[in-house]
Design a protein around this ligand. Structure first.
Ligand code: SAM
Length: 287
C-alpha cells in the first residue's frame, strides 16, 4: 500500500507483463540515468512510461517539472494522486496515452508549456529531453517512432534490453551490426551508456538491460539518400552470410552493383556487415 498525506492509501501495483512492466527499485540507478541524460534547469523533460514513478522522482529532482506519458490507467491514477499529495511529485503532469499512437508534435508542445522555463526557455537555449525505461516488447518501435520528430528534441535517453542497445550502438563488422544499427545511425548520434542488472527491477526481467542515448543528426540529406536508405539497408542485410553484391542483385533495377560498390570503396566480396554508414549513404546517393 502507498500511504498518502491525507490518510488514504493507494493499492500497490501488480506488474502487467503485457505492458512490459519492470519497475526500477534502485534509486542509485535512477539517479545515474538522470545524470546520463544531462538535464539542465529550464529544460523540457518528457518521460515515456513512468510506471510507479521511481525514475520520475529522480527526474523531478533535476528538472522540477516533468510531462509523463503512460498507457496504464491504474498507474496514471496513482501518479496523479502522487502529484496532488506528494511534494516530490508536485511538478508532474501525466498524459494517459499510447506512446505508439500519440501525436508527438502536440505532446511536445504541451510539454514545453508545462516546463519550468515555458516556451521562452527554448529561445534561450533550453532543450527538450526525452527519457524512458522503455517497455521492452515495443522498445525498437518506440525508438523508430522518434525519427520523424527528431528535429523537435535535443536527446533521447532510454533503457532497453542490453542486446538491443548493443545492436543500436554496434560498430561496423561486429555481430550486432545490421539494419537496426544503420536505420538509427542514419538519424542519430548513438551514445552507449551503462548496463543495469536484473536485480534493480521488480519484477526482474529475464535479461540484462542497458541505458543509452540518441542525439538527433539534423544534417540535411540528399533526397535520393532519404528515399532509398531504409529499403537498401533492409535488402542488403537479407542474408548476412551472402555478399552485399549478391543481396543487392536486381535491387532498384540496377544491373552493375559491383561497379557501384567499387565506386563507394566497398570490396566486391564484402558482406553487408562490412560496409560503413557512409558507404551505404554513398550507394543510396547513386540511385
Ligand atoms: N519508468 C518506470 C520504471 O522505471 O520503474 C516503468 C518502466 S516499465 C519498463 C515500462 C512502462 O511503460 C510501464 O509503466 C508501462 O505501463 C508503460 N507502457 C507500456 N506500453 C506503453 C505504451 N504503449 N505507451 C505508454 N506507456 C507504455
Amino acid at each position: 500500500m502507498l500511504p498518502l498525506p491525507d490518510g488514504s492509501c493507494l493499492m500497490t501495483v501488480r506488474a502487467k507483463k503485457s505492458l512490459g512492466q519492470h519497475f526500477l527499485t534502485d534509486p542509485r540507478v535512477c539517479r545515474k540515468i538522470v545524470r546520463f541524460a544531462s538535464i539542465r534547469p529550464g529544460d523540457t523533460v518528457i518521460e515515456i512510461g513512468p510506471g510507479t514513478g521511481r525514475l520520475t522522482q529522480s527526474l523531478l529532482a533535476e528538472a522540477e517539472r516533468v510531462t509523463a506519458l503512460e498507457i496504464d490507467s491504474h498507474l496514471v491514477g496513482l501518479l496523479r494522486a502522487k502529484a496532488d499529495h506528494d511534494p516530490a511529485f508536485a511538478g508532474l503532469a501525466v498524459i494517459e496515452a499510447d506512446v505508439l499512437k500519440v501525436d508527438w508534435p502536440s505532446l511536445l508542445e504541451r510539454a514545453v508549456n508545462h516546463s519550468l522555463g515555458g516556451p521562452e526557455a527554448l529561445d534561450q537555449g533550453g532543450s527538450t529531453i526525452i527519457v524512458g525505461n522503455l517497455p521492452y516488447n515495443i522498445a525498437t518501435r518506440i525508438v523508430k517512432r522518434m525519427i520523424p520528430c527528431k528535429n523537435r528534441f535535443h536527446s533521447f535517453t532510454f533503457m532497453v534490453q542490453k542486446e538491443v542497445a548493443d545492436r543500436i550502438c554496434a560498430s561496423t563488422g561486429s555481430k550486432g551490426y545490421g539494419s537496426l544499427t544503420l536505420g538509427i545511425a542514419q538519424h542519430f548520434k548513438r551514445i552507449a551508456g551503462f548496463p543495469v542488472a536484473t536485480g534493480s527491477f521488480r519484477p526482474p526481467p529475464k535479461v540484462t538491460s542497458a541505458v543509452m542515448k540518441l542525439i538527433p543528426d539534423l544534417q540535411a540529406r540528399p533526397p535520393a539518400e532519404a528515399a532509398y536508405f531504409e529499403k537498401l539497408v533492409r535488402r542488403s542485410f537479407q542474408h548476412r552470410r551472402k555478399t552485399l553484391a549478391n543481396n543487392l542483385r536486381g535491387f532498384a533495377g540496377v544491373r552493375d552493383w559491383k561497379g557501384r560498390l567499387s565506386h563507394c570503396g566497398i570490396a566486391p566480396q564484402a558482406r553487408p556487415q562490412e560496409a560503413t554508414l557512409d558507404q551505404y549513404r554513398c550507394l543510396c546517393q547513386m540511385l
